[in-house]
Design a protein around this ligand. Sequence first.
Ligand code: ATP
Ligand code: MG
Length: 664
Amino acid sequence: MATEQMKTAEHELEMELAGLLDVERFDPPAEFKQGALLSDPAIYEEAEADWKGWWERQARELHWFKEWDQVLDDSNPPFYKWFTGGKLNISYNCLDRHVEAGRGDRIAFHWRGEEGDERDLTYADLLAEVQRFANAMKDLGIRKGDVVGIYLPMIPEVVIAMQACARIGAVHNVVFGGFSPESVRERMVFSDAKALITVDGAARKGKTAAVKQAVDEVMGDLASLEHIIVVRSKGTPCEMKPGRDVFYDEIMAAAAAECPCEEMDAEDPLYVLYTSGSTAKPKGVLHTTGGYLTGVSATHRYVFDLHPETDVYWCMADVGWVTGHSYIVYGPLCNGATSIMYEGAPDYPHKGIWWELVEHYKATIIYTAPTAIRACVKWGAEHPRKFDLSSLRLLGTVGEPINPKAWLWYHKVIGGERCPIVDTWWQTETGAIMITPLPGIVSTKPGSATRPFPGIKAEVVDEREGKPIAEGQGLLVLTRPWPSMLRTLFRDDERFVETYFRRFGKETYLVGDASRRDKDGYYWVIGRIDDVVNVSGHRLSTAEVESAIVAHEAVAEAAVIGQHDEDTGQSICAFVTLQGTQEGSPELEDGIRATVAERIGKFARPKRILWADDLPKTRSGKIMRRLLRDIAEGRALGDVTTLRDPAVMAALESQIRSEEANES
Ligand code: ATP
Ligand code: MG
């Protein structure tokens, strides 16, 4: 009976979402607009009229030991420098400043462990821990400019470690906890890391992974790595190598309490971080200090409309990604936000845990990824519906184009139709959000990241000459430097210039994504340059075809690639994951083709449909279409170091091969 009711409820929801699919735009709700930090569209013209002045005003929101001499040094493009001559410290801006202003008692993080353990850290607590750990690192001989690897799960120590590095001017290189120890080793070698901060064990859906032990197996002979600092988190036994390994708590106990901040140059490096590896071998992106903090704090404040006294903000990403760096650690702390930090998975101990935590902490703002939203759609609305989500007032998404159906589900089921959605387009390289709605000003359209953030200039250009296209599809470029831009690829200036500035010159940053601009000037990022499919001369974006497929009521997720085709040049091959436990059938294939024909046109119908229980994704959850192309074309797989689950590829591969055997 209960399942029958649930089925009816799901079906009703499907019908309602289908009805909303044709709504073109959603205006900022009046109530939201009233309380918003920004509600006057004049801000766009104002920033455009004097964009350097706009960024300079944002930089003035920070604390500087010494002001800059020059806002932008563009004498040697594409090696831009921002706020040159300026001196500041990021940790001072994120912690000391708030404590000195009497905000030390404010909660910085409500931390929650997988098994329900809780720990609240105020700004004063964090400052004390960070100072002590900064001293502990100094006691080990770690100095300004040294690279420190961080391989930690989502525990408060990861924030403490990053902030302590920033405090003494060490350059952190965080490796997402889901990566294998081999990847950690590779990244430590590559960046010449002097120390690595890791953990005894990490919680993984009710089990504990012995992290330090696994690290030891690969790190043994690495001479450049002088210290391994081990946080005792789960009490997992591990061996300690004398002279190299120390326990975090022991060096903390021996360290002095006060650690003054290093005065950093605006252009001193802050961190190295690898890209997700969706399209190629990961790139080691280098970010610096003054411009980066200016970019992340301004975007965090205005895109999330942050009211630090009252908001409870939750970025659900892992700190190991740029989203975590910019919007769990640096942006929110700089703005004095109160955040939630959660150690566990979204489906452990149950599939409603995120929503339970929203209710528990009365979260007002959440920020997640389309892949997570699609997983929630697949699990069903009954999970969030068990909890009171009325505290929410703003929702965000990042990481991939969001299919309109997932957007509408988020809007309706999570946002109760009252919360604006900020679909934020940006990259590891851009450091901060680039294309996004300002939620009190810009009307949203499901699937579009809308328009560039004030001060940012984007264009859609044609492939050959790089000439701007007013309306229609082309390559996305950024045509003006911005403060939080990457400065180079770590120790590889050549790949930096080659990857981003060779195609259209040193002043045009090639994003690598294809985009369309509509009649209202809205940007629709529709996938990677390599992901555009050409069927009989029609240039189709994978994202648009995928969204049309996902609009079918039985479909949870889809990935589309172009395959060589004798008649049409390329044809569309779609990998489709169905909702719940449904099974694929020829009727469903026809239904999906009909939906695509209706939403886009007959020419966009997938020629080949493959049922997939799961799609190959990066560890950050993005679909890796390049691997799907590799198996569809029968090639050896490219770089798989960032692939989350190799079993998914194996299953798809054997399915394709058996299907091909049947055909021939
Ligand atoms: P690699 O560069 O190694 O291939 P990656 O590009 O996936 O990996 P990230 O820097 O994490 O690494 O991701 C940035 C990319 O994610 C963007 O270039 C874009 O393709 C996609 N993306 C991010 N946010 C959005 C969004 N809101 N809408 C559409 N696409 C997005
Ligand atoms: Mg990229």
